[in-house]
Design a protein around this ligand. Sequence first.
Ligand code: HEM
Length: 510
Amino acid sequence: MVIRDHLSTAHIVGASLGVYLVAHRLYRVFYDLRLHPLSHIPGPKLAAITYLYQTYYSLVGGSRFYIQVGKLHEQYGPVVRITPNEVHLSDPDNYEKIYCVGSRYPKEKNYYGAMSCGDSSFTTMSNEEHRVKRSRLNPFFSKKKILELEDVIQLYARKLCDMVGRKFENGEEMDLHHGFRAVSVDVITDYSLNKSYNLLDSPDLGEEFANMWDGLGPTMWVFQQWPPVMTFANSMPEWMASAMSGPLKSMFQLQAHCRRAIAIVKADMASGNTSKARETIFHDLLTADTRWVVPSDQTLQDEAFAILGAAADTTGHAMNFATIEVVSDPAKYRQLSAELKQAFPDPNAKLDYLTLEKLPYLTGVIKEAVRLSHGSPGKLTRVVPEGGATFNGYHLPAGSYVSMGTWEMHHNEDYFPDSFKFDPDRWADPEKAKRMEKAYVPFSKGSRMCIGINLAYCELYVTLGNLFRRFDNMKGTELSEEDRAINDYISSGVPRTAKRFHVWAGDKVA
Ligand code: HEM
C-alpha cells in the first residue's frame, strides 16, 4: 500500500515535470515565432525556434552552414533570421556599419568563446579591451615590418620551389596542398616565435599538423550549441577527453603545442639568445614596460593558438587555390608566366615583393584567389549595441546578434558578375576594381579586421611569384567540386577525404 502510494507520487511528479517541460517548450516555440523581438524578421521557422538548425548544417555532411545561409538569402532577401537570436545580412551597404574602426558592435560570446583560444585578442569580446591588446601586436604586422622581414618569406618560398624542382627532375609529383600550408606555418612560426617548425623539411610536409587543426574544427559548433560541454571537456583529464573524441584530442594537442612554444620563447629570453633584430611578438608580449603588464602564460598560450590557427590554413589555402586555377587554364598560365618573365628577365634574380605587387595580372590572380578561397567562409557574429539598429528597414533590438560573411559578399553579382568564375581580368580596370572593393572583405574591415593581412599578401606574392616565374610546365591533379568544397571552421577547412592537389612536370605553356 505504502509502495503504491510512493509509486503514484513518483508518477505524478514525473508526469507533471513532463507536462511542464512540453508546455514550456511549446510556449518557447510560440514566443520565438510570435512574441520574440526578432519575430518580424524573415527566415525559416525551424531556425527561429532552435539553434539545432545551425548545428545540423555545421556538423552533418561537412560544415557548410555558410552555404545554407547563402540559399536563405536567395529565398528570403537581404535580412534573414538564422538562429533564434541572430540575423544575417547580405547587403554590402551594411558591412561598414558593423565592421568599422571604432565599431560599437562587440563580438558575440557564445560563438567566439567556442573557438578554444580563450583570452586571445581574436576572441576578446569587448572592442575597448581588444584595442589595448591589438595596439601591442600591430607593430609586428605593419607593412614596414613585413618588408623588413621579407627575407623570411623569400627563404621558404625558395625552399618550396627547390623542392618542386627536385621532384620534377626525379619524375615525381609534388604535393602543393600541404606544401603551401607548410610555407604558411614555417613563415608564421619563424616570424612569431623565432623558431620555424620547418614543416617543409618533414616527409609529410606537415600533414599531421594540418590534421590537428582540421580535427579541431567540429568542436566549435558543438561547444556553441552546448556551452557546458566545453566547460566539461576542459575540466576532464587530457587522456580521458582524447580517448573520447578525435576533435577533443586535437584541441588538447594544439593547446599543449602552444604551451611548449611559449615555454621555448621564455627559455630563449632567459638564456639571452635572441638578438634585438629578431625579437618576435612573443618576446615583446613577455617584456613589461610602463604601459604593459606581461599577460599570464595561459593568455599567451591563447594568443599563440589564435595566431597559429589564423595563419595555418588561410594563406596556404589561397595559394593552392590560385595554383589550381592557373595550372588548369593554359591561357591564364601563359599570361602570368609572360608577365613574370618580363618583369624579372634574369631567372636567378630575387623577386622582391615591392615589384611583384605592382604586376597587374599577378595581382588579379591573387585578388581572385583570396576572394574565392573564402579563408574565413562563415559568419562573423556581433552583438547589436544599445539603442538597436535598423538594416534594410528591419529593426534589431540591442542585445540581438547580427552577422555577415564573405560568401554572400563575394558572390554578389552586382559587384562580381559571374561571381563563381575565377577571372583575374575583372581587376584590370582601376575604376571597376575600386567599386568591387566595397564588397571585397576577405580580411573583414575595421579595427577587428585581420591583423595578418600584410603578411598574407606578402606570402602570396612572393611564393606564387617565385613558383610561376620558375615553372612554366606544371600539370596538376583534376579536382571535383566536392574536392574543392570547404568546411567552415572559422578558417577554411578542406575535408580530409578530399583529393589533394599535386603537380608534375609537363609541356611548357610559353
Ligand atoms: C588569406 C589569408 C587570411 C584570411 C582570408 C584571413 C581572414 C581573417 C578574417 C576575416 C578575420 C576577422 C575575423 C573576425 O572578425 O572574427 C581575421 C582575423 C585575424 N587574423 Fe587573419 N586571415 C588570413 C591570414 C592571416 C595570417 C597570415 C595571420 C597571421 C598572423 C592572421 C591572423 C589573424 C588574427 C590574429 C586575427 C584576429 C585579429 C583581431 O581580432 O585582432 N590571419 N583574419
